[in-house]
Design a protein around this ligand. Structure first.
Ligand code: HEC
Ligand code: HEC
Length: 254
């Protein structure tokens, strides 16, 4: 199913009207709706309805950052791909740097407790870090994959405890949702439920120029630019294969 812009605008307008406690006029001419939510995420929808962005309430968390670690939601899909035990619960560490790396934790570890608070989901991980935010150290219990596999080809896990230490207070984890997607974007992953359970929808992403110039989208070129054949990169094939033309009429290549 592809979502049309109009549909999304209508929906976000409806949400704004329903949820707003205050509507202010912006100097851009639009209005902003401030939508307080009951959940701990405190998502505040400041998107002008004219922006076309749809910001669902109660969106699922996808990633959190704490003490140098990248922690992600552990899905059944991921558990299966990593061959971790069926029914494994917790939050999965994707990457360790800084204090997390110093503690001995590794990417792939599944966090099952912070101090004495059980972690079963990314949400409970974030909540647990709030309880230790003023401390300077806290024990983190993880399940780490062993070399051994069970009869079904799943790794056996062993429990380990690491101590995260900080010179200052530990602070609490900051969370992110899944990336914002455009209405009508195809789904690059398996079906995971309604798109708006996890994604904000609209045009709010920004692509950083990356140092290796790999992920920059090809900018549109004018016809003379294409005809000139002058390019800052090496030969990648016919220009129209990747670059959109800025010309109104379709480009005929000679
Ligand atoms: C349960 C959460 C969840 C649901 C539901 C979901 N997605 Fe996603 N989606 C993700 C996550 C997390 C990512 C980040 C990469 C990954 O894990 O595959 C992602 C990545 C994407 C991306 C790539 C975005 C980027 O910038 O990298 C697109 C496009 C996308 N999803 C489309 C969809 C569509 C369309 C639907 C509905 C049919 C949908 N998703 C439903 C969680 C979800
Ligand atoms: C396979 C895809 C591909 C092909 C074919 C291709 N380009 Fe590009 N081009 C890119 C990408 C991606 C970028 C963004 C920067 C980069 O990756 O180098 C780019 C950047 C450019 C830029 C810089 C524009 C800017 O504003 O920064 C010019 C000019 C350009 N290409 C010209 C051409 C011309 C002329 C041709 C045909 C002779 C061509 N390209 C063929 C992918 C392509």
């Amino acid at each position: 199913m592809s979502l049309s812009r109009t549909f999304i605008r209508t929906l976000s307008l409806a949400t704004a009207v329903l949820m707003s406690s205050a509507a202010l006029a912006l100097n851009t001419g639009g209005t902003i709706a401030i939508a307080p939510t009951a959940n701990s995420l405190e998502v505040i929808n400041l998107a002008p309805t004219s922006s076309g962005n749809f910001i669902p309430q109660n969106i699922k968390l996808y990633e959190a950052h704490w003490q140098g670690m990248d922690v992600m939601k552990l899905t059944t899909e991921l558990t299966r791909q990593l061959r971790y035990p069926i029914g494994m619960r917790g939050a999965i560490v994707n990457e360790v740097t800084l204090n997390a790396a110093m503690s001995g934790m590794l990417g792939g570890d599944i966090i099952v407790a912070v101090k004495d608070m059980p972690v079963t989901e990314l949400e409970s991980f974030v909540a647990a870090t709030r309880q230790v935010k003023d401390l300077r150290y806290a024990a983190v219990t993880v399940m780490r994959k062993s070399e051994k596999q069970d009869g079904r080809g799943r790794y056996e896990m062993r429990q380990m405890v690491f101590v995260i230490r900080s010179v200052l207070d530990l602070g609490f984890a900051q969370a992110e949702g899944a990336p914002m997607i455009l209405p009508g974007d195809p789904r690059p992953h398996a079906y995971r439920g309604p798109c708006t359970d996890c994604h904000t929808i609209g045009d709010g992403t920004f692509t950083m120029p990356d140092p290796d110039l790999i992920i920059l989208p090809p900018p549109p070129l004018t016809v003379p630019q294409m005809r000139s054949g002058k390019r800052p990169h090496n030969d990648r094939g016919p220009c129209i294969a990747c670059h959109q033309t800025k010309a109104a009429e379709p480009l005929r290549m000679r």
